[in-house]
Design a protein around this ligand. Sequence first.
Ligand code: ATP
Ligand code: MG
Length: 362
Amino acid sequence: MPMQTTNSLSSLVQSLGEFPPEQVIFGKSEAMQALRNRMDKVASANVPVLIQGESGTGKDIIARLIHGQSPWKSGPFVKVNCPAIPGTLLESELFGYEKGAFTGAYGTKPGRVEMAHRGTLFLDEISELDLALQSKLLQLLQDGQFCRIGAQEDKKVEVRVVCATNRKLEDEIENGTFRQDLFYRINVVNLRMPPLRERRGDIEGLVHYFLEYYNHKYNCKARPLSSELTAVLQKYHWPGNIRELENLMKRYVILGSEDVISNDLIARGEQEFINPEINLDGPISLKKVTRQATRELERKIILKVLQAHHWNRKQAARALSISYRALLYKIRDAGLPPNRVSRRHSEIPVGETVPSEAVAAD
Ligand SMILES: Nc1ncnc2c1ncn2[C@@H]1O[C@H](COP(=O)(O)OP(=O)(O)OP(=O)(O)O)[C@@H](O)[C@H]1O
Ligand SMILES: [Mg+2]
């Protein structure tokens, strides 16, 4: 069920600031409710927080929310995207420098640590810090002190440090690329962002939100997705998480056709079939992987045959030597759309629903 009725949508869009309203961010899944509880508790305490999660799960948003709920919310929120700054520059960017510290240091420059005084310092992709910078950060976390490059004396700041990573820092520690003592310091409270495939109950609400948001932003009138396609989205495994869903919805709104989404997802499915994702960290179940690959192959064959028969399901069933009922079951099971929606959704007059048999060829 969408989380908002159409009537209250304008309020939803108007309340958009830098990020979506909290009811959208947290949805209703258990994993996100637990995260919200933990976040609410930790936001007001001046302890470091480590946000871990796959790419596109919302680490950035959560870091900003923590700042917004903290006693230092009127202070600065300073983000450092560690991988975006080349290694040699990162130290001066973070800690600043004194005049003459190195060739080209014509004046003094405060670093981002200083800029975050009485606010939040958000270190994104913390695993990218080299070992020397990790030591400097450790000192900052231990006693609030740091040293500008070329300075004689340490400086003191009051800053709340929030770090994020999409890596498993425990592995980096084992490889010797991340300091264990720093890990303990930044990991006083850990927030784990669940991947979207672990909160499928929130997909429909997010779809609804992005539809309204981008319709409003681009002045478009894309219609709500059909229940069939919504079901497909709920089954998809979303390796790119919310960012992937958001981009898909953006394309749909701009191009106005469900085929865009279906074709996109089909292409992604094919790609992963050729290149199956196997997690080498843990035990591999050959049976499970093979079963998945077989299902994927079956899905691909069905799709090809359906396309070849212009989605005439009776003909496709005959071509596949299975019963019509069996094909309908397999289509549903594989998460394929039951028929090809060929009309542009924006062309369907308001109030008219898409009769599934009208677009199916059989
Ligand atoms: N819970 C959410 N509700 C609505 N939109 C979200 C949510 N989480 C993330 N998004 C959207 O998804 C996109 C990616 O989010 P964000 O940048 O916070 O992810 P991230 O975990 O920091 O990713 P990365 O590891 O790649 O930096 C953004 O456009 C954001 O607005
Ligand atoms: Mg991020």
